[in-house]
Ligand binder design. Structure first.
Ligand SMILES: Nc1ncnc2c1ncn2[C@@H]1O[C@H](COP(=O)(O)OP(=O)(O)OP(=O)(O)O)[C@@H](O)[C@H]1O
Length: 773
């Protein structure tokens, strides 16, 4: 565009912005009025609630009428409150729109229908008569043209079919506070200029929405609805997480009548990540989906009776264990327990349980066995063998509850009940007295004392038995640990040697005796428990998102698939960032293949071109990674003479970065142990934060953090505190993950004057070496 034309266009566009904002003001006023009226209605319904219902409990018919009347009144109140909530949400969105009404415009000439100017923003906005769209939601069918095409022939899908036409203009805006800052008419991709501006900004402590600059291949992820499994393999910083969150927003919009945020679950890599991404959906006017780490989820399945090691502790062990024999042995155990072979073994064991081998615990009260484990086993196997194990358990629960009720009755005569009656306080007595009175009705016909005592006995026994009933209902009488243990008494699986199997068994059993489950036991244990108890997934989940999917073992992935048999799954991963020691999953097995769609993202947006050039040597097929054309300084490799010199140098560089406007700086260490030492050292000198596995919020400033907790997150500047300490296959991905957290600058300190072994694969021209003497 020539300067003159651009200036003219700017004036015209600003006029339109002003016009639309005025319309928004009118709408907001109307909403204000509505809110006022409905708010009044709500408080009136609330305060008159009981006056407006007819309460009459004399006859059964009257009770029904009263019930209906209350129900109607409650429904009215509910409906008003819902409308109130809806208007409130719309108000919030409109306020956002007033600030930035839209970010894009396309002129689409639909064959035979003329040209329409389509302005695209985070939500739709219509004229007063609800006839014309002033703004289209970015998720509307026509908006996809904006993301998918450059000027020329274009089409989009609608529920009633494909619409063809020509894209005549594609324009981007930067609007702040209603003022048009700039506009670009763009060609092939969505405004490199705009993207450059967005990516050049400093990293935030919260992830941003990428709605204005979604790239074509990311749009494929966001709008894909064909397959059961959507599999995204994307290089570091390619926007997997960003696209996933936009996809959540898209699905919520597209299926707004049937899908709610509660029906969507995101498995995230660490607790910090939860808070990091928590603002993206609200920014888009949507509610956050359910979110959990896999470990947290596992814990809810296993229950409190066992202490389960978390994934980070497992990793920390492997990174710090110096006894190679022990480490090797643990590694073999991890490999086996995370494999499909182990899952098959459990499946076989489970099948055999139909005939024999179920283990139960005695149901005990005050050291007296009321129902013995043998009795439970006998009863269980007396049931028809075609009944499934979970159903038999259900029947067993019903039987056990009945038995316990009988025992409870008999127990009322016991001495301990007398003893407890003595200890009752006045209020409890009084309560019992009134209850007895109520029960008897007429005063003269009975013996209060007797009645009262009987009542008290019952109350006391029931109080004690309540916890037994609950624990029966919760299936605590099933001895899952005993059965899990049995699996390790089976003959040696084909893939292992006798010696290895024996060691695995010994260690597992020793842990079980302490009620401890290592991380690698967590999933198989939960799997066996779920199979026996017949527990299904968290109800209502229809879409599952798994970020960092490469970190899940085969076993875990299969477990998740079984847990959510009716859900669609979006799996996002990067094989180069697979930091765990277990076998890495295929993500979806071959038999699922026809239900899978795969999308590959090769362009990296997070880091500068210089950082990508440096890190590509570490990645499989790294030469295919496409950096975004944004420049910065080359990564620095620093050899310091001693630790004092290193700290001095580090402090100077950090200060420099801060003066350069860097808001988030991470000093990444290999382990939590090292992080803690570095934190202790630095906290005396600068304002610094220590991020540990329990840390749930991410703040601006300088953070010391172990590499595995930095997954999924990014920082303006990254320092690898001791980059020479990484070695071996397992740690390569950790090193790569750490380096790729940097947006603008990366500095690595090499202790001992040595580079780590991965530098053999890195082009020497891609980094700068500095000696600090
Ligand atoms: N289309 C886009 N427009 C603007 N920014 C983008 C776009 N795609 C990605 N980004 C930015 O790139 C950075 C990396 O994105 P994101 O964290 O989603 O990538 P990722 O693939 O999940 O990364 P990793 O696997 O390395 O954790 C973020 O700052 C994100 O905002």
């Amino acid at each position: 565009m020539t300067n003159n034309r651009e200036a003219l266009e700017k004036v015209t566009e600003q006029k339109r912005i002003d016009f639309v904002r005025n319309e928004m003001d009118d709408k907001l006023k109307l909403m204000e009025q509505d809110i006022h009226n409905i708010g009044g209605d709500v408080s009136q319904i609330r305060s008159n609630f009981w006056e407006d219902v007819t309460v009459n409990l004399d006859e059964p018919d009257d009770v029904i009428e009263t019930f209906t009347s209350i129900k109607q009144q409650a429904e009215l109140l509910g409906e008003r409150e819902r409308t109130y909530g809806q208007i409130h949400r719309q108000q919030k969105i409109l306020h956002k729109l007033k600030d930035t009404p839209y970010f894009g415009r396309i002129d689409f000439d639909e064959a035979g229908e003329g040209t329409e100017q389509v302005y695209i923003g985070i939500a739709s906005f219509m004229d007063k008569k609800n006839e014309t769209f002033y703004i289209y939601d970015w998720r509307a069918p026509i908006s996809s043209v904006y993301y998918d095409y450059s000027p020329g022939p274009a089409s989009y899908q609608t529920p009633s079919g494909k619409i063809d036409g020509e894209l005549l203009l594609k324009r981007q805006f930067i609007i702040r506070n209603g003022k048009l800052i700039s506009l670009f008419d763009t060609g092939v991709t969505i405004g490199d200029e705009l993207l450059l501006e967005v990516l050049g900004n400093n990293a935030n402590s919260m992830m941003k929405s990428i709605v204005a600059t979604i790239q074509k291949e990311q749009n494929q992820i966001i709008r894909n609805e064909k397959s059961r499994y959507l599999l995204v393999q994307g290089v570091a910083g390619s926007g997997k997480t960003s696209a996933a969150l936009q996809r959540v927003a898209y699905l919520l919009y597209k299926h707004r009548d049937t899908l709610k945020s509660d029906n969507i679950m995101l498995f995230s890599p660490n607790p910090l990540f939860n808070s990091y991404v928590s603002t993206v959906l609200p920014e888009l006017g949507e509610e956050n989906m359910r979110q959990s780490t896999f470990f947290e989820y596992l814990q809810t399945r296993i229950g409190k009776a066992h202490q389960v090691e978390d994934s980070f502790s497992q990793l920390e062990y492997l990174l710090t264990e110096t006894n190679t024999l022990q480490k090797e042995s643990r590694l073999k155990s991890i490999q086996f327990k995370s494999s499909v072979a182990f899952k098959d073994l459990i499946d076989n064991y489970f099948r055999a349980l139909h005939k024999d081998g179920m283990a139960f615990k005695d149901i005990v009260f005050r050291n007296k066995v009321f129902i013995s484990r043998e009795e439970l086993t006998r009863k269980f196997y007396e049931m028809e063998s075609h009944i499934s194990i979970p159903n038999r358990i259900q029947l067993l629960i019903e039987w056990a509850q009945k038995e316990m009720k009988k025992h409870a009755k008999a127990e009322r005569k016991q001495q301990w009940v007398d003893d407890e009656i003595e200890l009752l306080d006045k209020e409890e007595y009084l309560e019992a007295f009134h209850a007895a009175q109520k029960k008897n009705g007429k005063e003269d016909e009975f013996d209060y004392f007797d009645q009262e005592e009987r009542f008290l006995r019952k109350v006391i026994v029931n109080r004690h038995f309540k916890s037994i009933y609950v624990s029966i209902k919760k299936r605590r009488f099933i001895d899952i640990p005993a059965m899990y243990r049995e699996i390790f008494q089976l003959s040696c699986p084909e893939s292992l040697t006798e010696e290895v199997w024996r060691k695995i068994a010994e260690q597992t059993i020793a842990n079980l005796e302490q009620s401890f489950l290592s991380y690698e036991d967590g999933t198989p244990f939960a799997y066996l428990k779920d199979k026996i108890e017949g527990r299904k997934s968290t109800s209502g989940i229809r879409q599952v998102f798994i970020d960092e999917a490469q970190d899940y073992s085969d076993f875990q992935m299969n477990y998740l698939k079984e847990l959510f048999p009716y859900s669609k799954m979006t799996l996002l991963g990067d094989i180069n960032q697979a930091i765990y020691a277990h076998q890495h999953n295929e993500i979806v097995s071959k038999e699922d293949n026809e239900e899978v769609e795969r999308i590959v993202l090769m362009k990296s947006y997070r880091s500068t071109k210089e950082i990508v050039e440096f890190t590509r040597g570490l990645a499989v097929n790294g030469d295919l990674i496409e950096p975004f054309n944004r420049h910065g300084e080359k990564p620095k490799v620093i050899h310091a003479q001693d630790s004092t010199k290193k700290i001095d140098d580090l402090l100077i560089r950090i200060k420099d970065w801060q003066e350069n406007g860097y808001k988030t700086i991470a000093i990444i260490c290999k382990t939590i142990k090292e992080s803690s030492e570095v934190y202790e050292l630095l906290k005396k000198k600068i304002d610094v934060r220590f991020i540990q596995k329990g840390t749930t919020s991410y703040e601006k400033g300088i953070s010391v953090i172990p590499a595995y907790l930095a997954k999924g997150i990014e920082f303006d500047g990254v320092v690898l505190y001791n980059a020479s300490s990484y070695h071996g296959d397992l740690e390569k991905e950790l090193f790569y993950t750490a380096c790729t957290r940097a947006m603008h600058a990366l500095t690595m300190y090499m202790d001992d004057g040595k580079l780590n072994p991965y530098f053999d694969q890195i082009n020497q021209d891609t980094y700068e070496t500095i000696e600090v003497n």
